[in-house]
Design a binder for this molecule. Sequence first.
Ligand SMILES: *Cc1c(COP(=O)(O)O)cnc(C)c1O
Length: 508
Amino acid sequence: MVVIQLNDTHPTIAIPELMRILVDEELLGWDTAWDLCTRVFAYTNHTVLPEALETWPCSLIERVLPRHMQIIYEINHRFLHWLDKDARAHPDPDGRKARLSIIQEHPEKAVRMASLAIVGSFSVNGVAAMHTEIIKKKVFPDFHAIFPERFRNITNGVTPRRWLNQCNPGLAGLISEKIPGNWLCHLEELRNLIPHAEDPEFRARWHQVKRSNKHRLAEYVQRKIGIKCNLDAMFDVQVKRIHEYKRQLLNVLHVITLYNRIKVDPGGEFTPRVVLFGGKAAPAYAMAKLIIRLINGVADVVNADLDASGRLQIVFLPNYCVSQAERVIPATELSEQISTAGYEASGTGNMKFALNGALTIGTLDGANVEMLEEIGPDNMFIFGHTATEIVALRQNNYNPWHFCENDQELKQVLSMISRDAFSPKTPGLFAPITDALLHHGDYFCVLADYRAYVESQEKVSRLYSNQEEWTRRSILNTANMGKFSSDRSIAEYAQKIWGVMPSSSCQI
Ligand SMILES: *Cc1c(COP(=O)(O)O)cnc(C)c1O
């Protein structure tokens, strides 16, 4: 009658704790308790980054939770014994058993919490189709080989009550005029907007809603950081946690490229942009904090240059949080979802933006892949190496120098950063960034995707100069986002994992 959904690896200690309650307090036999346990727990993996594969030192658990440590050893002992029986038919020459053990021996004896979660659960799910495939084939291939039936996908979603109705009442009201009924509870009904994308009057009203959201955000930006945004410029936005795999750096390299083009031809035609960044860095993540300083350094130079005036403005909004996201997302025209392919498990920012009529520039990563299936390649800007190509690039000794040497614009951008064009008062400040890209192998393949990204951004700029067509595609983005309601995600958890029926239906 009970399912406990382990939301990430962090609460995995619940598995030995339930065993302790059942065996020590309720006095059940081990086998009965374990049978109950493995019919109660289900595990969701949220990331392929090392934090998902956290290990807890046995010495620490022995000190703080000694009984739990004993129970974990017992779980592992019985699991490995069960594997041995299996291995009589299939001998183990390649050390599969050591890889499957819940206890790691090196560099120190520690519990692999994700392995404990998989062994102790009846369900293991990823949060987007591509992420689930990566979990099965790359992250936990040995567990997938022995428990294939435990693995499944449930693609994330976002709640349209908060991420459309509450944050963008203008757009929600306009949609309600064309789609009668309870579409906020049946988000697939957004499809009924598709024919209205061809109606110039509807497009004009859609455009006007975006414009007034931009006005509201511009007032907020002026109040918070004193920059007056050009409302005729494209609002090009990347707001999310600062992380190297999310590649805010790639966006910065593009911004500097645009700036250099303006400087070369100050009288030329440019699609004006306000490039807005927001996001927090983890307290100990020095590189992420340096990326924030670089964004601010570039903003200081560009925003003070009269040649760039009205054409290129850079905004870094501090304190990114849900309430700020609710202001920023409805005003966004271009959504930046440019992670190194294979690293963003799903993303949900990507969904919030497209639901509010932003066009996406993005890589084939996480839920972007499924958004592309729904929205179609004509209405999204997809660029860059695929996850498979990233793996191949690294296997073939990826050489970032090669990309730099063969691209004059990229070479100039990197040399400006290393020659302190954006850190005049603190020479050498950004050396760790250029070193990571040029001397430490550019792990997230920023330079390898630079040219494809810049070319894709040129297509974005050309489309933006045709506002009728841009607005048409904006409407089609919203119209095709029905799949990404959290109602659908939650219904899938209920059906595929929890085995429960809804007790009431969504009504607002
Ligand atoms: C949605 C959201 C996120 C997740 O954004 P991603 O682009 O998917 O990383 C992070 N922070 C806040 C405040 C959000 O609202």
